[in-house]
Ligand binder design. Structure first.
Ligand code: COI
Length: 356
């Protein structure tokens, strides 16, 4: 693969938004990273160019069969003014695992991490500084072969786009209400569940819309076979604090292995808390609530960070957790993770990589 990176700067820089007007994923910076792949040639033509639309062939394979993957990561403006990316190599390694599952060629993670830092440094003035804001990074790869047969594409395009963001959920750090999904399933063993591929999100939106109609922010997915075991929430992994122990569903092939999930487990263990990855049924969660041992529920994700859960609705049975308030462990994890990300606390796990 080529290690050259061509840079073309925009002649029309856009107006930057105010930090307090940021939602999620609606504003894009001035530049993007692009790289092409062709069988026999490998990844080539890596470039940073002005952000903008690109022309596509209507027969491009991703439009028909959905062969695509993506990632979601973040860069933060630290309190000392430096810009740092949270665990970029781990995210790009996961991207390669997703790629393998849908027959997309592997990327050189070192090269892409370097290109990403270059892109961020070009668009550095777009990195917001207000607490709770960050620069969301969306790398993605799509199959571009103009072909209607079903097989792996012979051509791909890799993009990285950047978006200054605030909170993902309008609730922010206030607790969200979650609908336990009993009608639809997201993934099954052997399927695509652990890959970050658009199909999983397409599978989730009808359920999320119906949950919203009922007044719930997101759905909690149960396993696709028995509809009994807890898997993950729409855009987050899920955690329970039961009897002072942190419990999360074990990765089983149909759950996305979240980076925030991993970071939360490492932090909680560092604090001396017991952390278990287990197969946990929704019934056990309800039992823990009934016997008073369910202390907290929270979701974790790059976009959402830590999102406390105030209540669950499982087939009409509603439970309220921690009197509907954000729990102490959720808040402590939020403070610690964001403290590391904004450079307020020591980066004990060496998660942050500086953009020069
Ligand atoms: C993320 O948390 O980064 C995600 O990718 C979830 C999402 C916004 C689709």
């Amino acid at each position: 693969m080529s290690s050259d990176l061509k840079v073309t700067l925009t002649n029309n820089p856009k107006e930057k938004p105010q930090d307090d007007k940021l939602g999620f994923g609606q504003i894009f910076t001035d530049h993007m990273f692009v790289m092409d792949y062709e069988t026999g040639k490998g990844w080539h033509d890596a470039r940073i160019e002005p952000y903008g639309p690109f022309s596509i062939d209507p027969s491009m394979m991703v439009l028909h069969y959905g062969q695509a993957i993506f990632e979601g990561m973040k860069a933060y403006r630290n309190i000392d003014g430096k810009i740092k990316v949270f665990r970029p190599k781990s995210f790009l390694a996961r991207m390669n695992r997703s790629a393998a599952r849908v027959c997309i060629p592997q990327i050189d993670t070192e090269f892409v991490a370097t290109a990403l830092k270059k892109l961020i440094s070009i668009d550095k003035d777009w990195v917001p500084s207000k607490e709770g804001t960050s620069l969301y990074i969306r790398p993605f790869i799509v199959a571009t072969d103009p072909y209607l047969g079903v097989r792996p594409s012979h051509k791909y395009r890799f993009f990285i786009i950047l978006s200054p963001v605030g909170a993902y959920y309008p609730e922010g750090l206030n607790p969200v209400k979650i609908w336990v999904e009993t009608k639809y399933v997201r993934a099954v063993p052997g399927g695509l569940g652990e890959a970050k591929t658009p199909a999983n999100y397409a599978a989730s939106i009808l359920a999320a819309e119906e949950a919203k109609e009922h007044g719930y922010t997101q759905v909690l997915w149960l396993d696709g076979v028995e509809r009994k075991y807890v898997e993950e929430v729409g855009t987050m992994n899920i955690f329970f604090k039961i009897n002072n122990k942190i419990v999360t569903p074990a990765l089983n092939g149909s759950i996305l292995g979240g980076m925030t999930r991993d970071s939360v487990m490492r932090l909680a263990r560092e604090w001396g808390m017991e952390v278990e990855e287990v197969k946990i049924s929704i019934e056990e969660v309800y039992e823990a609530h009934a016997n008073g041992s369910l202390q907290e529920i929270f979701g974790t994700g790059t976009a959402a960070v830590i999102s406390p859960v105030s209540s669950l609705n499982w087939a009409g049975k509603i439970i309220t957790v921690n009197d509907g308030k954000s729990g102490e462990t959720s808040l402590r994890l939020y403070d610690e993770i964001t403290g590391i990300q904004y450079g307020k606390f020591p980066d004990i796990f060496e998660w942050m990589e500086e953009v020069e």
